[in-house]
Design a protein around this ligand. Structure first.
Ligand code: ATP
Ligand code: MG
Length: 394
């Protein structure tokens, strides 16, 4: 019955016709019950992947063996991919890689999933299978581990980050006590994870409409510092979210990491493009909309306004001083004329600085002076300063 109303039903039904023993699993079931749109349609089946391939093709569906080692076949139905994965059980885990074997037991498969709300399955007959009380937890807004939280975290510490992601989406004001205790104890396990997995999961959290509460909880439980070394204050993120800034993970990371952005980029192995953008966004002191005019002009010198953010300001400014929302902030930045530092290496040489490394040094010194003067000195002032510099150097 629940399946009738499902968005994506047109894609799902032909697959369930071809594979009558399959059921909808994981997040798709949770999202139906929560009345939210689901990203993907995932099915489980007790049949081995070769059987799934054969039966799908026999029914005239396109089947692609996208992850046979994990038991996954992707069936394209009504133009949509439907992932069908053979039920699995863990045979051995070392905290990094799970070794899995096929099983015909739905309960075994559900038992290796992370949270009770992610461990339900729904057959085409409309029967909901909920071995661990996921329906109740969803209703009571509780993200609870399947089985013993501490052990599940030992098996795979990424589940710590997944906890915060699902807590931000489905959790209430009070997080599950057993989960909280196990996370506080097991947080060191995060150090053993690959940077790629950590980055992917953290970005998924930072893309949610409001991750601030979950990130604050991460901080309180000693998790934030493990994934973002040196980051101790989640307040700027909350402020950024409250301003209505876009749910952009790099922008939000900049608000969090601030002066520690280089360390964050290294820890998370950000792509070069993301790392450069993060550095530009997180540069301290770049944006203080409540600052005096000269200070604001100085802080904007030579930088890209759209990419500016100041975490100190985000943390401290009340609405009284700052712009009311992100759009106002952007407008204020766009309207602020940006001063241009207009002397170059050629000017330095013309002023008498010997060509070579001295040129860069002189320009840097004059640039610092120009900034300290609120960017007010014009080209002529700067040239005079260069001449004074050359005279002083002999
Ligand atoms: P979303 O809608 O955000 O994709 P999802 O529930 O589909 O949420 P995925 O990360 O796509 O989340 O994982 C799919 C399912 O696989 C989960 O619902 C969960 O049952 C299981 N799962 C994924 N990662 C883990 C993990 N590290 N440990 C245990 N189970 C996991
Ligand atoms: Mg998913």
């Amino acid at each position: 019955a629940a399946l009738d109303a499902l968005p994506g039903r047109d894609a799902l039904m032909p697959v369930l016709d071809a594979l009558p023993d399959a059921r909808l699993v994981g997040g798709a079931v949770r999202d139906i019950l929560a009345g939210r749109p689901s990203a993907d349609l995932d099915l489980g089946t007790p049949s081995p992947p070769e059987d799934t391939m054969r039966r799908a093709v026999a029914a005239g569906l396109k089947a692609v063996p996208t992850g046979l080692a994990h038991g996954t076949v992707t069936i394209v139905s009504a133009g949509r991919p439907v992932e069908v994965t053979t039920l699995r059980r863990d045979v051995q885990t070392d905290g990094r890689h799970a070794v899995v074997a096929w099983t015909e037991s739905w309960t075994e498969d559900a038992g290796r999933r992370d949270f009770t709300i992610n461990a339900m399955s729904l057959g085409r007959d409309g029967v909901l299978h909920d071995p661990f009380g996921g329906v109740r937890d969803l209703r009571e807004r509780r993200v609870r581990f399947v089985g013993e939280a501490a052990r599940r975290i030992e098996e795979d510490a990424l589940r710590i980050l997944r906890f915060f992601r699902f807590h931000a989406r489905f959790g209430g004001s009070v997080p599950d006590a057993e989960a909280v205790a196990a996370i506080a104890t097991g947080a060191a396990g995060l150090d053993r994870l690959s940077a790629e997995r950590v980055q992917a999961e953290l970005f998924r959290l930072l893309r949610l409409p409001d991750p601030a509460g979950a990130v604050t909880l991460m901080h309180e439980l000693g998790v934030l510092d493990r994934v973002l070394p040196g980051v101790g204050d989640p307040a700027p993120l909350a402020r950024l979210v409250a301003l209505g800034a876009p749910a952009d993970p790099v922008l939000r990371l900049a608000a969090l990491a601030g002066t520690e952005s280089a360390a964050a980029a290294r820890r998370l192995k950000l792509s070069n493009a993301d790392a450069v953008r993060l550095a530009g966004l997180a540069e301290p002191g770049t944006l203080r909309p409540d600052a005096g005019d000269a200070e604001l002009r100085r802080s904007l010198a030579g930088r890209e306004p759209a990419l500016l953010i100041d975490r100190t300001w985000l943390a401290q400014a009340g609405d009284r001083n700052g712009p009311a929302d992100w759009a106002a902030l952007r407008r204020q930045l766009a309207d602020t004329p940006r001063p241009v530092f207009s002397v170059s290496g050629r000017d330095a040489v013309a002023a008498g600085i010997r060509a070579g490394p001295e040129v860069g040094r002189a320009l840097a010194a004059v640039h610092d002076w120009w900034l300290s003067e609120g960017c007010r000195p014009d080209r002529e002032d700067c040239v005079r300063k260069l001449e004074a510099f050359a005279a002083a150097m002999g």
